[in-house]
Design a protein around this ligand. Sequence first.
Ligand code: C2E
Ligand code: MG
Ligand code: MG
Ligand code: MG
Length: 272
Amino acid sequence: RAKSEGRDTYRLYDHEMGQEARARRIMEHELRHAVSRNEFSLVYQPQKKIDTGETIGYEALLRWKHPERGNVSPGIFIPVAEESGAIVQIGEWVLQEACRTAAKWNEALTVAVNVSPVQLHSPHFALTVHQILLNTGLAPQRLELEITETALVRDMHRALATLRQLKGIGVRVAMDDFGTGYSSLSNLRAFPFDKIKIDGSFIRQVDTNQQAATIVKAVLGIGRGLGLPVLAEGVETSGELKFLAGEFCQIGQGYFLGRPAPLESIENEVAA
Ligand code: C2E
Ligand code: MG
Ligand code: MG
Ligand code: MG
């Protein structure tokens, strides 16, 4: 009996695994065609100076509208696209679309684009960025690439070489989700970042939570010491914003300052 139960359990497990793997394969396949089927779009979230409230730029965030399932969260589909390699083509579309769009904005505004580790390590990434800038006419200084630490640990030498090429082109590079990866401090020293983005998880309740406050103050101190501006992600309340202002955090991003929005609804703000 125990034996047959074991076998049934195994069968059930096997079946579920099969379902999951199949669902994943279907999504991988769908993602390979999503660019040509025009299922992707970008939304833009403002990044604002904390002392004046002035918008300095926007982060482009990818949205996928699946024909049957509707909007799928990037938290779900990006890992699948990374694993299958489809992120390289998708990421190129994002870069092209974001640069083409920002080239028409007021030239004081920057556009920030997320770069997956897989994309960063793909062949000729810096060359691709360079070509997209030439094609779209966006000034390199107006493009900021957001890179997480997982991109760096994969292959430090290669990551450093690519970051240097990107810096050579003139684009800026921000460390995204700072504090959630590992060996953050040595990465800040080893790589030529222009900005630190503190992860939203540290900003949540920073005005009421002593531990969060201590961590955010420490990151701001590191930024000051290294001469790097710090952007606080995920600012959701006026209390959090006041705390950040009091600590001289330079830049903020989050629902309290502005939600990610389609291009049509920010047309007045970005007008040249
Ligand atoms: P991220 O780069 O850290 O982007 C910030 C995420 O936080 C976005 O979620 C944004 O909508 C959300 N957010 C902004 N303000 C607030 C706030 O006040 N509270 C809360 N709770 N959340 C806030 P989204 O758009 O779902 O993107 C999630 C992640 O997916 C991004 O994290 C990024 O890692 C990835 N991603 C998005 N677009 C792209 C892309 O074009 N390429 C790549 N490679 N990754 C992308
Ligand atoms: Mg980002
Ligand atoms: Mg982030
Ligand atoms: Mg994130």
